[in-house]
Design a protein around this ligand. Structure first.
Ligand SMILES: [Zn+2]
Ligand SMILES: [Zn+2]
Length: 129
């Protein structure tokens, strides 16, 4: 049992590294192809566990679906306005201490995301063709 869980985790982590900032559904699709016995619930649970243990980032950006990132170093993302894919972005000139925000209208601030938007390589090439 223990060994099976470890193997499943490894498969899911490999999917995370192979796919580019995937959603849990995309990870499941990839894993399911080679390992049909791994359930959707397992994929979602393991990804949630990775996020809780600092093994992956949960990206809560402008889209509705959470995307996962195996790169846990602080970095920024750009979202393709056509296909919704995320890419890593280098940004300069951001405040080193983070952005301070205070609550209004009884809203409790729990964090923030900064997202760049633009066009990914595939979509730019499609637009040219
Ligand atoms: Zn795109
Ligand atoms: Zn990233």
């Amino acid at each position: 049992m223990q060994e099976r869980q470890t193997k499943q985790k490894q498969i899911i982590y490999d999917a995370l590294k192979t796919l580019n900032h995937p959603t849990a559904t995309e990870v499941y699709g990839w894993v399911h192809e080679a390992h049909p016995t791994v359930s959707r619930a397992t994929v979602f649970r393991v990804l949630g566990g990775f996020a809780a243990n600092g093994k992956a980032l949960e990206l809560r950006t402008a889209g509705n679906e959470i995307r996962y990132d195996y790169n846990v170093e602080p970095h920024w993302h750009g979202r393709c306005m056509t296909c919704g894919k995320l890419a890593d972005v280098e940004a300069k000139g951001l405040p080193a201490r983070g952005i301070e925000a205070s609550a209004c209208d009884e809203f409790e601030v729990q964090g923030y995301v900064l997202e760049f938007f633009g066009a990914c390589k595939e979509c730019r090439e499609m637009a040219k063709a």
